[in-house]
Write a protein that binds this ligand. Structure first.
Ligand SMILES: *[C@@H]1O[C@H](CO)[C@@H](O)[C@H](O)[C@H]1NC(C)=O
Ligand SMILES: *[C@@H]1O[C@H](CO)[C@@H](O)[C@H](O)[C@H]1NC(C)=O
Ligand SMILES: *[C@@H]1O[C@H](CO)[C@@H](O)[C@H](O)[C@H]1NC(C)=O
Ligand SMILES: *[C@@H]1O[C@H](CO)[C@@H](O)[C@H](O)[C@H]1NC(C)=O
Length: 387
């Protein structure tokens, strides 16, 4: 039986037969728990490589340091994020500065920490660069943390003609504080030469994302097969969350709705959105501008008089951050490159009637072609009924 139809009946059935039907809490999950077992986490050597590339680029750009707070960029360069260190009014900063040696640049990794939290800060899982120690620099409550930061990278309050790059998401009072501590130094958001490190994924980073995407699709398929009459939406949500956590995917969930009314137009719209999504995918090749697949999707909807209902951009970059640069949106002039990762999520939303969005993530492979992260397990479904 078509599964959406089955869902629809299930909700009706539950109205009158809830008490006599069994409650399903059991489901089979063949191999799901092991699905990501062969994909190791980011290694020490990879962190060193990221830090080293940053140092080399800073040197090339003539910059004295890169500074970020706890967040996605500290996760990328130094293996700690908001779950390890929450933001407060007292700055804890990751500072990476290039140290020039005879053959190139080496990164010097410093954590600027509130002094009374020194012990907790040294517990952060920051990988040291090739056996060198991570340097912890404390600022006491009666000191200016930003003057301490400027001194920590060997600069003075009267330093001139230098640039410090900061994570563009760093809080404004930190930029102001640094600027006041060294008025002659330019404090600027990290340029594309630096932000592109995290945007363009390595082979191993792609493997990690593949495993997360595949496991998600496998979990959905498995839950789909185990939906029974009499179940509640919340039970289905619970099954998916536990299937995802079995693979080690955190904060998993799903929007589960059973409805008795699934008219034919919904099904037809689903097919249209799937066709548009496929056309958009084919327009996302290395060398194309990021606005191109968005334009193609919009054009395809226009041919069917549906473009006014596609009210958001086609997609976004995805990685450590759920939404990140570059974006697949109109007027954007970023160029699609190997290693980029995007969501492909066209949708049609007719207010008061129906809304359908299909969202699947893909990457640009070494030959410059777009490939769905789930290609290894059959890719996105070609029908809403497929399991
Ligand atoms: C990164 O941090 C995690 C803990 O969050 C730790 O288990 C892992 O070993 C660290 N990785 C490296 C390369 O130090
Ligand atoms: C200088 O830097 C290069 C590359 O960054 C590194 O391979 C080399 O070991 C460094 N030399 C010294 C003496 O630290
Ligand atoms: C400022 O820095 C630039 C680039 O690093 C350099 O070419 C220039 O000579 C510097 N000017 C002064 C006054 O130091
Ligand atoms: C961009 O995508 C289209 C297909 O939509 C293709 O014809 C074109 O050659 C691509 N490349 C560039 C560099 O624009």
């Amino acid at each position: 039986m078509p599964s959406l139809f089955r869902l629809a009946i299930a909700s009706v059935a539950s109205l009158f037969s809830y008490d006599i039907l069994p409650h399903y809490t059991q489901y089979e999950s063949p191999g799901l728990a092991q699905h990501c077992a062969n994909v190791p986490p980011i290694s020490q050597a990879e962190f060193e490589g990221r830090q080293n590339s940053l140092a080399t680029t800073l040197l090339q750009l003539g910059a004295s340091a890169y500074i970020t707070e706890s967040g996605v960029n500290s996760q990328y360069f130094a293996n700690f994020s908001l779950s390890d260190w929450k933001l407060s009014e007292r700055p804890l900063l990751l500072i990476i500065a290039p140290v020039q040696n005879e053959s190139g640049a080496l990164p010097e990794v410093t954590i600027l920490t509130p002094k009374f939290e020194h012990l907790r800060a040294t517990g952060l899982p920051v990988p040291p660069f090739r056996g060198t120690k991570v340097r912890y620099v404390d600022w006491a409550e009666d000191e200016d943390p930003y003057q301490v930061a400027i001194q920590a990278i060997g600069r003075q309050s009267d330093s001139r003609n230098e640039t410090i790059f900061v994570d563009s998401g760093i809080r404004k009072f930190i930029v102001d504080g640094l600027q006041q501590a060294a008025p002659g130094i330019r404090i600027a958001s990290a340029p594309p030469e630096i932000t592109s490190f995290r945007e363009r994924k390595s082979k191993h980073e792609l493997e990690i994302m593949k495993c997360a995407n595949e496991a998600t699709v496998l979990a959905i398929r498995m839950v789909h097969k185990n939906v029974r009459f009499g179940m509640r939406e919340s039970q289905v949500r619970g099954m998916l969350a536990s299937a995802l956590s079995e693979v080690g995917l955190k904060n998993g969930g799903c929007l589960t709705l059973f409805g008795a009314n699934i008219p034919l137009e919904h099904r037809q719209l689903w097919d249209i959105v799937r066709d548009v999504q496929e056309a958009a995918l084919q327009a996302a090749k290395a060398g194309n501008l990021t606005r191109h697949p968005d334009e193609v999707a919009r054009h395809e909807f226009r041919l069917r008089n549906l473009d006014q209902y596609f009210t958001h951009r086609l997609g976004h970059g995805i990685g450590i951050d759920g939404h990140e640069r570059p974006y697949l949106r109109g007027r954007s002039n970023d160029v699609i490159r190997t290693g980029h990762t995007f969501s492909n999520e066209p949708g049609v939303y007719i207010e008061g009637k129906v809304g359908i969005r299909l969202e699947d993530c893909f990457y640009i492979d070494e030959s410059g072609l777009p490939v769905y992260f789930t290609a290894g397990v059959g890719g996105p479904p070609d029908s809403p009924w497929s399991t």
